[in-house]
Design a protein around this ligand. Structure first.
Ligand code: NAD
Length: 501
C-alpha cells in the first residue's frame, strides 16, 4: 500500500481561539484526534468545558455590546467578508489537504469545498448590501417601518462531514448580519476550523467577534446550548442530537435553526434518461464517501426498468475507485472515524439479511487498514427494512422497485425523514405533481444536489426545523422590530375620565 500521506506543518496540538488569542482549556483538558487512514492520534485538541464556553461567550458578548461589528455599515462588513472569501480561495490547496487528511474525503472533492466556503462569504456580502426592509403607510394616520437588528451572540454547532464548508454556511450569514459568534466544531474533525482564526484576523474582523471552542458535544456543545447569554443556536447534525438541543434550549427560549439527518429518495421512472439517472444516483450517494445529509440513499425504480437499472448501477458501483483520500484518482475515501466505520459496517451486515447484495458488502480488497468501506448496493429492499428507514451516512444504498406513481410516492414519503428528493422523469406533469406531494424540504428534478444559495435550505419532518438560505438566514440572525409613528391625533378612549361623584 502507498505510504501514509502527511501534510506539511501538521499541528500536533489544536487550541481554542477566544477574544483574538489561541488558548488551551482553563483546566487543561484535551482529547485525541485521529486521522481516518492510519487511525493513529496525530494531534491533541483542547477539550472545551463550561469554563471555556463562558470565556468565549463573554468575549462575544463584549464584542457585540461594545465593539464596532454590529454597528458597521453593511458595505463595511461586506468588504471584510469579501476579504475572507479571497483568503479562503487563496488557501484552497492547503485547506483541501488538511480536510482530506482529517476527514478522509477524496482530495478532488475536498478542493470543491473550499471554493464553496468562499462563495458563501461572497454571497452574504452581496446580500447584506442589497438587503432592505419595508416601510408602510396608513394614509393620514401612521408610518411604520421595520428596524432590523442583529440578535446577539450566535452559537454555531457543526458536524464532521465537509466541516469547513458547513461552518461557512453558518459563519457567513451570522457575521454578515452583525452577530458575534462562538463556533463549536465537530470533535472528529477539528483541524480545519482553526484556519478561520487567522483568515478572519487577516481580513480585519475585530477581536471577539469570532470565537472557537473545540471539544465534545456533551461538554462544550452542551454548555453553549445552555448558556443564558446565547440567544441563538444554529445546529447541523443528527436528529437525536437536535432533539436533545431542543430540550436544553427550552429554559432560555433560544432561537433554533436545525439541519438534521436524512434518508432521501431518488425516484427513477421508466421514462427517465436512464444513463443520466444512473450517473446522478451513483454520485448522489457515493460522493463525499456517502457521508452527506442529502444523499439519495434510497433509490426507487419503476418495475419495467428495474432489472436493467440494478444491473448497470451495480456494475458501476463495483468499479468505483476506493482508496487513499489524497490520491486524485480516488472516488471514495476513508470514513471519518472508527466509531462511524463500525456503525456503517453494522448496517452492511444488517443489509445482507434485508436485501439482495449486488455490490460491495464489506472492506474493499487490498485495503486492510483504515476506515474503508466498499460501495455497497442492496436491491429488493422492503420499505420496513432498517436499511430503508434509518440513516446510514456511508457508501451504502438501498434499491426498491415500484409499480406506479402512487406507490412511488408512498415509498418516498414512508420514512421519518424529509430532507431532499430527486425525481427522474421526462413527464413534466408527473414531475411537478410528484415534487409538490413528496415530503421533502428540497426537490431536484432530473439532477443531483446542485445548490442555488438564494433558495431555502432545510428539511421537514425529522430532518429539521426552520429554513436557512438567502434572506432566510439573515432573518434567523436578526430581529425585525416594528416601529410605529403616529402622524395625527390618535383616538384614545379616556379611561377614568368620567365625572367623579
Ligand atoms: P452529531 O449530532 O453527532 O454532532 C453534531 C455536532 O453536535 C458536533 O459538533 C457535536 O459535538 C455536537 N453535539 C453532540 N451532542 C451535543 C449536545 N448534547 N449538545 C450540543 N452539541 C452536541 O452529528 P455528526 O455525526 O457530527 O454529523 C452527522 C449528522 O449530521 C447526520 O445525521 C447528517 O445527516 C447530519 N447533517 C445534516 C445536514 C443538514 O443540512 N440537514 C448537513 C450535514 C450533516
Amino acid at each position: 500500500m502507498a505510504e501514509h500521506y502527511l501534510p506539511e506543518n501538521l499541528p500536533t496540538h489544536i487550541q481554542h481561539y477566544i477574544d483574538g488569542k489561541f488558548v488551551d482549556s482553563v483546566g487543561g483538558e484535551t482529547f485525541d484526534v485521529l486521522d481516518p487512514v492510519s487511525n493513529g492520534n496525530y494531534a491533541t485538541a483542547a477539550a472545551g468545558q463550561k469554563a471555556d464556553i463562558d470565556l468565549a461567550v463573554a468575549a462575544a458578548t463584549k464584542a457585540f455590546t461594545d465593539g464596532p461589528w454590529p454597528r458597521m455599515k453593511p458595505r463595511e462588513r461586506a468588504r471584510v467578508l469579501n476579504r475572507i472569501a479571497d483568503a479562503v480561495e487563496a488557501q484552497e490547496g492547503r485547506l483541501a489537504e488538511l480536510e482530506t487528511f482529517d476527514s478522509g474525503l477524496p482530495i478532488t472533492q475536498a478542493r470543491g469545498q473550499a471554493l464553496r466556503a468562499a462563495e458563501n462569504f461572497r454571497f452574504f456580502a452581496d446580500l447584506i448590501v442589497a438587503q432592505f426592509d419595508d416601510a408602510m403607510k396608513v394614509p393620514g394616520a401612521q408610518i411604520n417601518y421595520v428596524n432590523r437588528k442583529p440578535i446577539g451572540v450566535a452559537g454555531l454547532i457543526t458536524p464532521w462531514n465537509t466541516p469547513f464548508m458547513l461552518e461557512s454556511w453558518k459563519l457567513a450569514p451570522a457575521l454578515a448580519s452583525g452577530c458575534t459568534v462562538v463556533l463549536k466544531p465537530a470533535e472528529f474533525t477539528p483541524l480545519s476550523a482553526s484556519l478561520w482564526a487567522t483568515i478572519f484576523e487577516d481580513a480585519g474582523l475585530p477581536h471577539g467577534v469570532f470565537n472557537l471552542v473545540n471539544g465534545l458535544g456533551e461538554a462544550a456543545g452542551d454548555a453553549l446550548v445552555k448558556h443564558p447569554d446565547v440567544p441563538l443556536i444554529s445546529f447541523t447534525g443528527e436528529t437525536t442530537t437536535g432533539q436533545t438541543i431542543f430540550r436544553n434550549a427550552a429554559t432560555s427560549l433560544k432561537g433554533l435553526s436545525m439541519e438534521l439527518g436524512g434518508k432521501s429518495p431518488c425516484v427513477v421512472f421508466a421514462d427517465a434518461d436512464l444513463d443520466a439517472a444512473i450517473d446522478s444516483a451513483l454520485f448522489g450517494v457515493f460522493s463525499l464517501n456517502g457521508e452527506r445529509c442529502t444523499a439519495g440513499s434510497r433509490i426507487l425504480v419503476e418495475r419495467s426498468v428495474y432489472d436493467e437499472f440494478c444491473e448497470k448501477y451495480a456494475a458501476r458501483a463495483r468499479n468505483i475507485v476506493v482508496g487513499d483520500p489524497h490520491d486524485p484518482k480516488t472516488e471514495v475515501g476513508a470514513l471519518v472515524h472508527p466509531e462511524h466505520y463500525n456503525k456503517v459496517m453494522s448496517y452492511v451486515e444488517i443489509g445482507k439479511s434485508e436485501g439482495r447484495l449486488l455490490a460491495g458488502g464489506g472492506r474493499p480488497e487490498g485495503l486492510d487498514t483504515g476506515n474503508y468501506v466498499a460501495p455497497t448496493v442492496f436491491a429488493d429492499v422492503k420499505p420496513d427494512a432498517r436499511i430503508f428507514q434509518e440513516e446510514i451516512f456511508g457508501p451504502v444504498v438501498a434499491i426498491t422497485p415500484f409499480e406506479n406513481d402512487d406507490e412511488a410516492l408512498a415509498l418516498a414519503n414512508g420514512v421519518k425523514y424529509g430532507l431532499a428528493a430527486y425525481i427522474w422523469t421526462q413527464n413534466l406533469t408527473r414531475a411537478h405533481n410528484f415534487a409538490q406531494n413528496v415530503e421533502a424540504g428540497m426537490v431536484w428534478l432530473n439532477s443531483h444536489n446542485v445548490r442555488d444559495l438564494r433558495t431555502p435550505f432545510g428539511g421537514v419532518k425529522a430532518s429539521g426545523l426552520g429554513h436557512e438560505g438567502g434572506f432566510r438566514s439573515i432573518d434567523f440572525y436578526t430581529d425585525q422590530q416594528a416601529v410605529h409613528i403616529t402622524l395625527g391625533t390618535v383616538h384614545t378612549p379616556k379611561f377614568g375620565a368620567s365625572a367623579v361623584n
